[in-house]
Structure formats: structure tokens, C-alpha cells
Design a protein around this ligand. Structure first.
Ligand code: NAP
Length: 524
């Protein structure tokens, strides 16, 4: 498969005069291909085509849509090593990680295909007419959910496959019946183009309208701004920085017709390590902590960035083990020079903060864009008095807060910002303490784990990859797992419709094939 550098707008390849190049983070050298930059006119062309083909796309049968998702998966699978090589060149991620992420992307598409086939996500509700009800008769009421409209998806830097062109946002939007316009992340435009070709091939195979997918790209905020401002866009899926997410939320809310932005903006993922658990497995916990921290150079939104441990002998032992474990860690290449620079600046800030002490660091390197893993420690008072210590450091950096008493632990818990995850390392004897923290923790986090590490997010129906602001822009939603489809659906109620006018999904013979509700009760 040949990478052209062209924008792919509703089935047409478009070249522009303004171009940019990706950078290989391993060498800091620019890669050969020149990629076209979208402008306002091209963005409007993509969005208008998406809108024009929306009604057609959403009217297609679930089976056809499921087949489309399966076909995208097949076409991505057949890209094989070409995809792995390109992604590796543009991101510096190890081959094994890229292959794992490719598989995750493919499985995610197939999981959503199965979801679409089942039809339950339409959430069909029937409240049949009660003509004899006193004092007033009840009309016939039927509800289904319809897709929200064309969705703008911002590809993520740290998941070039699973959260980019055919990633979680795109697949859940397609599954719902929404056309998608993806803004490729400028770090990996070649990877984005390869995946876009797989989608376009599936569109052709299925004879779907071309407007349902476009890939735009370029550098500079104005592309994303124009996309979110565009009148034909109905919702936004974003994974990236808090600054970027908040900027897009503001633009979306100030439009003449405001639209929802589903932004996942990261988290420090607090990990509570209690004494009894630590006493029994101090070495294992220290080792698994460093492994989780350093996975993908720490460039994961579920990275364990804050560790809470009570002072005492076991804590001292833990700190010693962490220091030993991290000293063995080799550097790894970060995704791009900007992310590396931001990491170094945040680490420098930690180093300069009074009462924040360097506990240990990994081995160094003189190669470009290397992440040297690092762990700092501080006390509860310093942490509570310095809000900047609660900010995400994107990379393999963590802060261990050593508290002296439970009052301090409860204060820290109460002060936490919204998080994607909170983890407890606990033993049977810690249950009462965890129970006392849970009501607050449930208010703060989207996923709560016991005796594990937050990195490694299962794509399934029970997963929640979300959480209160600033972890995400809408705590009611998840961006991973089949429930992610909810973001791109809205309910419509049909009152007293004659059967011939009802959408197929609300007609009695179709309804009988799926789980639905009659008078509020579930019928299977
Ligand atoms: P980013 O800077 O937020 O960029 C993500 C996407 O949004 C890019 O396509 C970017 O393109 C666009 N964008 C950013 N700010 C924008 C704005 N104000 N208006 C319009 N479009 C905007 O994230 P990144 O490049 O992935 O990494 C930068 C930092 O984000 C990292 O250092 C890390 O702190 C954080 N991050 C967090 C997560 C997470 O999982 N939550 C993931 C990745 C990164 P342009 O820059 O070309 O506009």
C-alpha cells in the first residue's frame, strides 16, 4: 500500500500546496513524504459530504453496518508489516506494542460489529396506547435511539491505531450510524493514511456512500478549530491534552448550535498501597509498579502517576525497592519531540519544588527524545499545599506521597480531581479502610481497581474509560468499550404513528427480535 500524503475527502484524494512532514522521534529526522494540509474549504467539503450521506448511511440495515466494521478489520489485518513499519517510524513505539495495538483495533471493530448485530443499543421502548385509561387515554408511544450526525474525531498521539483513524471514537460513531471526519494526529500521518485506505476500501466493498468518511490533516490549531466550528458537525471525539480538550469544548459550546465534545484528557490515576498488602508483597508491588509506570514510556492516560503510602518501616522498605527497580530501567523513545520537551519541563518543575525529593531514576541516554523514568517522593502537607503536584506528567514519572495518618489520607482523597482510575492495593485487613474511602473515590473516578495496575484497558462491555472533569469532559460516558456508542446516539419518541409510518425498528415484528421494554419492563 502506497502512502500518497493526500487528504482523503469523501472518496477523493486531494493534494494541497501547503504540506508538512512527520518526524521520526528515534532520529529527530523528518520523514520523506509530504502530507497535504487541509484548509477551511476542504474541511467544509468533507463535513458537507458527511452530512449529505448521513441519512443514507443511518438507514442501512444493522447487518450491513456490522459487515462494514468487520471489513475494515479485515483490511487493517491485511496491511500486516507495512503498517507496523510505518507506525514504528512515526512513533518510535516498539514493534511488539504496535502489533498488540493493531490486534486491539481489529478486535475492537469486530466487537462493535457484534454489538451492532444485536440491536439492543437502540434501547427500544414501547408504551402501547391505553384508550380506556381514565381520566385521560394514553397515546401509543415508541422510543428508539438514532445517530447524532457527523462526528469529528481527533486522532490521539499515544494510540496511533486504537485511538486514531479507525480507533474507539470512529468505530463507536460508525456503529451508531454516524459519518466520521478524522483529523489525523500530526505525529503519524502515514499510519493514518494507511488506515484510512482500509476504511475507504471497506466503503467501496459495501457500496456505502463515500461521504461517510474523510481524513483531514495538517499542522496548527486552526484545522481542529474549523472542524469543530463547522455547521455540519454534530459531536466531537477527542483524546489528548487538557489544554486542547478545553479549547475544543469552549469552541463547541460557543457555536450557534452548540455540540457535545467527548474529550478524554488524562489523569494521574492515584494508587493507594495499604500497609497489610505491602507487608506481604513489598518486592512484588514495587516491581509491578515500575513495570506499569514505564509501559510505553509512560505515555498512557492510565499511567500510575500518584502513589499513596503510609509512613513507617514497610514504607521505607517499599521506597528502597522502588529505587532499586527503577535504577535498572532503560530509556525509551517518546512519541514526538514536543511530548518529550513537555515531559522534561514537568520533571524539571517537580525537581524544583521544595520538599519534593528525587527517589530514583532509570538509566540515562544521549539519544533524541528519550524518556528517563523517574520517581519523586514528598509528604502529604507538601502535596496538599501545592496543586501543581496533582497535574499529569505525560511520561514515566510518578510522585509517591508518604502520609502520616488517616486524616491526611482522607484530605488527599477529598482534594483529588476527577480521575480515569483509582487503585487500591489491599489485604483482607484493609477492607474497613477501603470502605471508608469508597464513597469519595466513586465520586472521583471512572474505574476502581483492586490489587492491579491501571494500565492495560480491556475493551469489553463493562469497561469505563471515563471519569469526572478534568479526566474527561462528560463523566457519564466512556470512550473505551461498547458503551462508547452511547455518546453518538440520541432518543426520539414516536407518538401515535400508524404502523406504515413507523421506522422498521419500531414495528412489532422487528421489535420482537431484540431485547426491548414494554411499559418499562424488559422483554427478552
Ligand atoms: P494535544 O496537543 O492535545 O493534541 C491532540 C490533537 O488535538 C492534535 O490533533 C492537535 O493538533 C489538536 N489540538 C490540540 N490543541 C488544539 C486546539 N487548541 N485547537 C484545535 N486543535 C487542537 O495532544 P498530543 O499532541 O497528543 O500531546 C500533547 C500533550 O497532551 C502530552 O504531552 C500530554 O500531556 C497530553 N496527552 C494526553 C493524553 C491522554 O491520554 N489524555 C494522550 C496524549 C497526550 P494541532 O496541535 O495540530 O492543533
Amino acid at each position: 500500500m502506497h502512502i500518497t500524503g493526500k487528504l482523503l475527502i469523501a472518496g477523493k484524494a486531494i493534494q494541497t500546496l501547503k504540506t508538512y512532514k512527520a518526524v521520526n522521534p528515534v532520529t529527530n529526522q523528518e520523514l520523506k513524504t509530504e502530507f497535504s494540509c487541509a484548509d477551511e474549504k476542504i474541511i467544509d467539503q468533507a463535513c458537507k459530504a458527511a452530512f449529505n450521506d448521513f441519512d443514507h448511511f443511518r438507514s442501512l440495515s444493522f447487518l450491513k453496518r456490522a459487515q462494514f466494521l468487520d471489513m475494515i478489520a479485515d483490511h487493517i489485518e491485511s496491511l500486516g508489516d507495512v503498517l507496523t513499519r510505518q507506525t514504528s517510524l512515526e512513533t518510535g513505539l516498539p514493534e511488539q506494542r504496535i502489533k498488540g495495538e493493531t490486534l486491539r483495533t481489529i478486535n475492537q471493530l469486530r466487537l462493535f460489529a457484534n454489538l451492532v448485530r444485536q440491536g439492543d443499543w437502540k434501547d427500544i421502548r414501547l408504551d402501547p396506547a391505553l384508550p380506556d385509561r381514565k381520566p385521560l387515554p394514553r397515546p401509543d408511544l415508541r422510543q428508539r435511539r438514532i445517530p447524532i450526525g457527523p462526528v469529528a474525531v481527533f486522532g490521539a498521539s499515544n494510540f496511533p491505531l486504537a485511538f486514531s483513524v479507525a480507533g474507539g471514537d470512529t468505530v463507536s460513531a460508525f456503529a451508531a450510524g454516524c459519518p466520521v471526519i478524522v483529523k489525523a494526529h500530526p505525529s503519524h500521518p502515514g499510519t493514518s493514511e494507511l488506515i484510512a485506505h482500509a476504511i475507504i476500501k471497506a466503503i467501496k466493498d459495501c457500496q456505502f456512500p463515500h461521504g461517510i468518511f474523510s481524513l483531514i490533516g495538517g499542522i496548527g490549531n486552526e484545522i481542529g478549530v474549523e472542524l469543530v466550528k463547522n455547521q455540519y458537525i454534530s459531536a466531537v471525539g477527542f483524546t489528548g491534552s487538557k489544554k486542547g480538550g478545553i479549547a475544543l469544548m469552549k469552541i463547541a459550546s460557543e457555536r450557534q448550535v452548540p455540540i457535545p465534545v467527548f474529550a478524554e484528557m488524562g489523569s494521574i490515576n492515584p494508587v493507594y498501597i495499604f500497609e497489610h498488602a505491602l507487608k506481604n508483597k513489598v518486592g512484588d508491588i514495587a516491581k509491578s509498579f515500575i513495570q506499569s509506570l514505564c509501559m510505553s514510556a509512560g505515555q498512557l492516560c492510565t499511567n500510575p502517576g500518584l502513589i499513596l503510602v503510609k509512613s513507617g518501616d514497610v514504607c521505607d522498605q517499599f521506597l528502597k525497592c522502588v529505587k532499586g527497580e527503577i535504577s535498572e530501567v532503560l530509556t525509551s523513545t517518546m512519541l514526538n519531540p514536543f511530548i518529550h520537551k513537555a515531559f522534561e519541563a514537568k520533571v524539571h518543575h517537580l525537581a524544583k519544588t521544595p520538599h519534593v525529593i528525587l527517589l530514583g531514576s532509570g538509566k540515562g541516554s544521549t539519544q533524541p527524545n528519550q524518556c528517563q523514568a523517574i520517581v519523586y517522593k514528598t509528604d502529604a502537607k507538601t502535596f496538599l499545599n501545592n496543586p501543581s503536584l496533582s497535574e499529569e506528567v505525560f511520561g514515566a514519572s510518578a510522585l509517591i506521597v508518604v502520609y502520616d495518618n488517616l486524616d491526611e489520607l482522607h484530605q488527599i482523597t477529598n482534594n483529588l480531581d476527577g480521575q480515569l482510575t483509582v487503585t487500591f492495593h489491599m489485604d483482607q485487613q484493609d477492607i474497613a479502610l477501603v470502605q471508608s474511602l469508597l464513597p469519595v473515590v466513586e465520586r472521583k473516578a471512572g474505574r476502581i481497581l483492586v490489587n492491579g495496575w491501571p494500565t492495560g484497558v480491556e475493551v469489553c462491555s463493562a469497561m469505563v474509560h471515563g471519569g469526572p472533569f478534568p479526566a474527561t469532559s462528560d463523566s457519564r460516558m466512556t470512550s473505551v468499550g461498547t458503551a462508547a456508542i452511547e455518546r453518538f446516539l440520541r432518543p426520539v419518541c414516536y407518538q401515535n404513528f400508524p404502523s406504515s409510518l413507523l421506522p422498521t425498528e419500531l414495528q412489532n415484528d422487528w421489535v420482537a427480535k431484540v431485547n426491548h421494554r414494554v411499559n418499562g419492563l424488559l422483554v427478552k
